[in-house]
Design a protein around this ligand. Sequence first.
Ligand SMILES: O=C(O)CCC(=O)C(=O)O
Length: 194
Amino acid sequence: MGPALPEGFEYRPGYLEPDKARVLLQTLDQEMEWQQLPITLFGRTMLQPRLIGWCSDHDVHYRYSGTRLSPKPWVAGLDALRTKLCTEYSAAFNSVLVNAYRNGQDSMGWHADDEPELGPSPTIASVSLGQARVMRVRPRAGGPSTGLLLEHGSLLIMSGNSQKDWVHSVPKSRKPLDLRINLTFRCVRPNSSR
Ligand SMILES: O=C(O)CCC(=O)C(=O)O
């Protein structure tokens, strides 16, 4: 067993049956409308090292990473998964932000999902498909990080103070890694970001 996860993080390996998760990965790879967003760091603008996709209910807009994501129809398979997660976690997920890590060079820097339209203590349901990748989690106030391997078909629930007190990242790897698609189901307050 790995190190204990901080309060507010719950990891469920094998949440999706492996073959179903594989089919979903392939469907999303082909059917998602992928985009690569810019990011400005220290005055330099470059492309973020991953692709993103987005699906939401008709009234959900999200300001994310300097971009305004407008409502996009639910891609096959995601709406059913959203419904299952809403029931199991008594949540009102109305959108999913999808990240595609094409290889070991794709990554996500340290951040918290703390956009105002998610509310003060959001519940985020994060489903991983394909290549297992390590997520690192560390206290916002500083201190050592904990690594968590996010495996094919797994579910990570982040709730409570997980975004207020902690930051997380998916670092690059020198190993040759395959495609990983990560789904983060969120409840964005409707009309909050027009
Ligand atoms: O890819 C992951 O597991 C992390 C995704 C993430 O941190 C995010 O979408 O905010």
